[in-house]
Design a protein around this ligand. Structure first.
Ligand code: COA
Ligand code: AMP
Length: 631
């Protein structure tokens, strides 16, 4: 069956489609049906089943005779080490860790925050929580203490599992002091913290609160898998919204298992025994779905890579990993390829490696620019597949399902809607537009299994952010169009979210931080085009009347403040002081127009602008910063 037939089949009978997909999962109690619509427009899937994620990701593969197959390969060019963990070893490590957590009181429904770098223990911590039915929330290591504290106060974890340090090229990230600072400033306090001591930096444990990863497992009884209800939250993953308060995306257990398992064969074309690599970080949704859960649920070998696309040690590192570990399907962000292309424009380093196992390259996280796709296709000689998804969905909304059928690639498009998603482009009034016309991209409800059913502790915010603008639809926050052949084109965000090196960041959150500077009266942050990172943030600051401090100094403090409060991942390096911000007569800052000026695009003078001269002042300020840039 081809894609069109499968998609039509899903649309005609979604219930049958998902019940069939559910057969690939090991259930403790089978679901009586797939969709639970009694709380519409909030939907759930497989709610009355009982199932355990860790069983499906680990134990069942040992039972099926895959115990000796590597489950995880850790490849760290930063520490010059490679290590494999078989499914059997993973099972015993995870059962022991889960047993130790249980002995300290962690059980089903308890939250556990995980703050760790790219080491196998991060996956083990996630799986140990899943084994107990505890709800993990992984916080990306590039976030600072304040962001961690926000998540502690929202998730209210019983425990926090952290590593002593992370390793960035040339820099040790001192996790433990960040963790201590976060706990100190948070209102909620965890019962205890588990610290994984890395040899690169051993942290001092806080007596009475911290236990060591190995020490607290001594002599404990390993834990078995605890079956949970299908709608039980598997995890919470915080993502950027329009304000400084991150949104806690909830991932429901059963739908997550069924949907991820479906994607491994149908979208990524891999099966048990194949090697799958997503070069992302466990702190992002890609890391949850395709470093940890997806490949393991499908019985693949997953790669945990601790390094960068360039500089660890060179732009050939990705190709080395693919060759050495016989990667079949590889997933990365376009920004990583742009970094490689910049250092190795002619793909010379690619020729040094034997990439015969590699069947396809998948890109997501940001818009894949045609130059990058063409470069990769030319030098790798395999299909380069753009696919589009979000933290909220957990798996691709649109893609090219190579495991079903390789559809013709249209460069600039992440191809077509996956079964489960009825994607439509709507005008402001919520009416579908003609093919080729731009509009807001929305998905007709219900969303498929595995997608966000609500936000943690914030159902009203969930309804307001996603369901209210277009009743009957989920609003993706992306704008774009669909062509005559049903191919989607994702053009921009409709909110204040920007995408920096494939990382989703909120300009609103940065503005909140900048506004807290004592000399700042008002500010605006915009995302401007960047040849490497896709977008980078720039801050415009208006100072309090009477402030006569040197502008350069204040700008420097502003940059340091964002790094300290949000973290290095914000890549906030530029702040400039201006007299006034351009606004509409009703006081709304014209951020969109500022972006167009910075990017050198044509713009229409907004009819409602209060004082057009301010735009000239902004253009002048941007020129002194080198925008619009030529690159
Ligand atoms: N812990 C602590 N700090 C981190 C971190 C982590 N896990 N990840 C990134 N950082 C820091 C970096 O050290 C850097 O700090 P600096 O300002 O001191 O240099 C900052 O955050 C920005 O990092 P990054 O966005 O990675 O930029 P870079 O300049 O170091 O590297 C690229 C540029 C393109 C090579 C890099 O962005 C990259 O590999 N991106 C891939 C993105 C990706 O996989 N995204 C996943 C979404 S699917
Ligand atoms: P995140 O939740 O961090 O995965 O970010 C999701 C957002 O990244 C989407 O809403 C898009 O704005 C953007 N995005 C992800 N994948 C793509 C893609 N393939 N093409 C264009 N934009 C993308």
């Amino acid at each position: 069956m081809g894609y069109a037939e499968i998609y039509r089949g899903w649309k005609a009978d979604p219930e049958a489609f998902w019940m069939k997909a559910a057969e690939a999962i090991d259930w403790d109690e089978l679901p009586s049906k797939a969709l639970f619509a009694d709380k519409a427009p909030l939907y759930e899937w497989f709610s009355d089943a009982r199932v355990n994620t860790c069983w499906n990701a680990v134990d069942r593969h040992v039972e099926a005779g895959r115990g000796d197959q590597p489950a995880i390969i850790h490849d760290s060019p930063i520490t010059h080490s490679t290590k494999g963990i078989t499914y059997r070893e993973l099972q015993s490590r995870v059962a022991s860790l889960a047993g130790a957590l249980r002995a300290k009181g962690v059980g089903k429904g308890d939250r556990v925050i995980i703050y760790m770098p790219m080491i196998p223990e991060s996956l083990e911590a996630m799986l140990a929580c899943a084994r107990l039915g505890a709800i993990h929330s992984v916080v990306f290591g590039g976030f600072a203490a304040h962001e961690l504290a926000l998540r502690i106060d929202d998730a209210k974890p019983r425990a926090i599992i952290a590593a002593s340090c992370g390793l960035e090229p040339g820099r040790v990230v001192h996790y433990k002091p960040l963790l201590d600072k976060a706990i100190e400033s948070a209102t909620h306090k965890p019962d205890f913290c588990v610290i994984f001591q890395r040899e690169q930096e051993v942290a001092k444990l806080t007596e009475g609160r911290d236990v060591s990863w190995h020490g607290f497992q001594y002599g404990v009884e390993p834990a078995d898998c605890v079956p949970v209800e299908g709608n039980h939250p598997a995890y919470i993953l915080y993502t950027s919204g329009t304000t400084g308060a991150p949104k806690g995306v909830v991932r429901p257990t059963a739908g997550h298992l069924v949907a991820l398992n479906w994607t491994m064969k149908n979208l990524y074309n891999v099966e048990a025994g194949d090697v799958f690599w997503a070069a992302s970080d466990v702190g992002w949704v890609v890391g949850h779905s395709y470093i940890c859960y997806g490949p393991l649920i499908a019985g693949c070998t997953t790669i945990v890579f601790e390094g960068k696309p360039v500089g660890t040690p060179d732009a050939g590192t990705f190709w080395r990993v693919i060759q050495n570990h016989k990667v079949k399907s590889f997933f990365t962000a376009p920004t990583a390829l742009r970094a490689i292309k910049r250092e190795d424009p002619n793909g010379e380093l690619i020729k040094d490696y034997n990439l015969r196992n590699l069947q396809a390259l998948y890109l997501a996280g940001e818009r894949a620019d045609p130059d990058t796709i063409n470069w990769a296709q030319r030098h790798l000689g395999i299909p380069v597949i753009d696919h589009w998804w979000q933290t909220e969905t957990g798996w691709a909304i649109a893609g090219n399902p190579l495991g079903i059928e390789a559809l013709p690639v249209k460069i600039g498009s992440p191809s077509v809607a996956m079964p489960g998603y009825d994607v439509q482009v709507l005008d402001e009034g919520g009416h579908p537009v003609k093919p080729g016309d731009l509009g807001a991209i929305a998905v007709k409800l219900p969303l498929p299994p595995g997608t966000v059913p609500t936000l943690w502790n914030a159902e009203a915010r969930f309804r307001k952010s996603y369901l209210e603008h277009f009743p009957g639809y989920y609003e993706t926050g992306d704008a774009g169009y669909i062509d005559e052949d049903g191919y989607l084109y994702i053009m921009a965000r409709t909110d204040d979210v920007i995408n920096v090196a494939g990382h989703r960041l909120s300009t609103g959150a940065m503005e909140e931080v900048l506004a807290s500077h004592p000399d700042v009266a008002e500010c605006a942050v915009i995302g401007v085009a960047d040849a490497l990172k896709g977008q980078v943030p720039i801050g415009f600051l208006c100072l309090n009347r009477g402030c006569n401090r040197a502008h350069g100094e204040i700008a420097k403090e502003a940059v340091a403040l964002v790094r300290d409060r949000i973290g290095p991942v914000a890549a906030f390096k530029t702040a400039c002081i201006v007299d006034r911000l351009p606004k509409t007569r009703s006081g709304k800052i014209l951020r969109g127009t500022m972006v167009k000026i910075a990017d050198g695009e044509d713009y229409k003078m907004p009819a409602t602008i209060d004082d057009p001269v301010i735009l000239d002042e902004i253009a002048e300020a941007l020129r002194t910063l080198g925008y619009p840039s030529k690159g």
